[in-house]
Ligand binder design. Structure first.
Ligand SMILES: [Zn+2]
Length: 329
């Protein structure tokens, strides 16, 4: 009788104290990075939410899910989503004040903004549900969670320093050296052949722009632009082309500019373009979407579908880099 009572007491103690202890322990150990066996502490990032005009603090790894959801089609291959997660983490960590980054210049008190022009795009779970619908959400959200979880804490470095992991939608067959698009020459941003983005919908995009609109957007004199049309061969002059085939420098009328400025001012999808003069404007045909430097997202998906892993994808588009855990013991 006494023995039974004693055993009952032991079982009671185990149930009351043992199970919560075990749960707490397993909760702690689940924070451990499976690949490296290292523990990733929870880090909060202060995000300026453009749609709300307010700063919201959230765990970095949670924030990254919203970035991957916003920046890459969720239908992409899991390994491409993982590459995007590592890119997004690297981009964020470089800017976080807790790690010595500058934070958001436009929004003091925040580390980063959800405006894709100022930071990287981010959407909430609610916005994901609206975007994908109920069944789409059930299908895609776990995919994105997996991509972030399975790359937890991983960032991209070049010679032990975080890189600026620029990326774009579609390079159009070959990426560019950074100095052919912007002024800075980065050793890890070298042009690479990209036969992998051929499935992208952003090939052969036709865009018509009227002369008046061109003059307004480029800050050119409308009359001078009209006169310039008469010498049709020299109306738009390509001064320099990058190794990936994107125009690097261009002259329109009497104005010289980088092709990147030209593309952004006119709203062209890419600086890899041909054109034809129409009676009332110019018809541009572009290949690709975005600046063409760094990781090509459609290319990443193409590589993933050919069996490449996220690390191989990252190392392909960023020359000489390593993928490492951000916290080392
Ligand atoms: Zn590409």
């Amino acid at each position: 009788m006494m023995r039974t009572l004693l055993w009952g007491f032991i079982v009671f103690i185990l149930v009351v104290f043992g199970i919560p202890l075990l749960m707490a322990y397993s909760n702690i150990s689940s924070r451990s990075d499976e690949r490296t066996g290292q523990t990733t502490p929870d880090v909060a990032i202060d995000v300026f939410i453009e749609s709300e005009g307010a700063i919201q603090a959230m765990p970095l790894e949670e924030y990254l899910k919203g970035v991957v959801a916003a920046e890459m089609p969720a239908s992409f291959h899991e390994e491409a989503l993982k590459a995007q997660a590592v890119v997004a983490r690297t981009y964020a960590v470089r800017r976080m004040r807790i790690f010595g980054g500058p934070g958001s210049q436009e929004h003091p008190g925040a580390d980063i903004s959800t405006d894709p022009v100022l930071g990287q795009a981010w959407i909430s779970k609610k916005q994901c549900r609206q975007r994908w619908g109920f069944f789409g959400y059930l299908r895609y959200w776990p995919k994105i969670e997996t991509a972030v979880r399975e790359t937890e804490g991983l960032v991209i470095v070049y010679r032990n320093r975080l890189i600026d992991p620029v990326y774009h939608s579609t390079c159009g067959g070959h990426t560019e050296d950074s100095e052919d698009v912007w002024s800075g020459q980065e050793p890890y941003l070298r042009g690479k052949p990209c036969p992998y983005d051929i499935g992208s919908p952003y090939y052969g995009t036709v865009q018509d722009i009227s002369y008046d609109e061109m003059a307004a957007r480029l800050g050119l004199d409308a009359l001078a632009l009209k006169t310039g049309r008469e010498g049709q061969d020299t109306f738009i002059q390509i001064l320099k082309v990058g190794r990936g085939g994107h125009t690097s420098m261009v002259r329109v009328g009497d104005k010289e500019m980088t092709a990147n400025e030209f593309r952004l001012a006119l709203g062209l999808r890419s600086a890899k373009f041909t054109w034809r003069l129409l009676p009332d404007g110019v018809r541009f045909v572009t290949d690709g979407y975005g600046h063409g430097v760094g990781l090509c997202q459609y290319g990443a998906d193409g590589m993933a579908r050919r069996g490449y892993g996220f690390e191989e994808i990252i190392k392909y588009y960023y020359t000489g880099v390593q993928v490492v855990p951000m916290f080392r013991e």
